[in-house]
Design a protein around this ligand. Sequence first.
Ligand SMILES: [Zn+2]
Length: 126
Amino acid sequence: MSRYPRENFILSGFICIAFGAFFTVAGVYTLASTVGVLGIILFVFGMSLRSKLGLSESAIREWRPDEGQLPDAGRVMYRVDVTMDEPIESTIVCGPCGKITVHPGPRPDSFICPSCQVQLWVAEEE
Ligand SMILES: [Zn+2]
């Protein structure tokens, strides 16, 4: 449905409060109190959604780098992004073919691109 449930609830709350104030001025007290209280409830409910539906939080979690080939600088290029929060995921962008692989857990010791079979890196062992 809506991508911004919290904002919609807050907006609805404001509109109801505004109508409530208008009806108070007009002398329709019964209607004013009903709509005004509804507006306050909607407003408070909208504010309370913040912790559960933090837009920035989910936006960060769903963030993925752009798929695309990385410039060839004379060696195999790749890019690894590891999430800061649970669940830990490593997003690997393969330079040669530009495909994104999501690897559960932190950055692996070595990685071979499943799309083009190019070894992007190996653990440096003595
Ligand atoms: Zn590849």
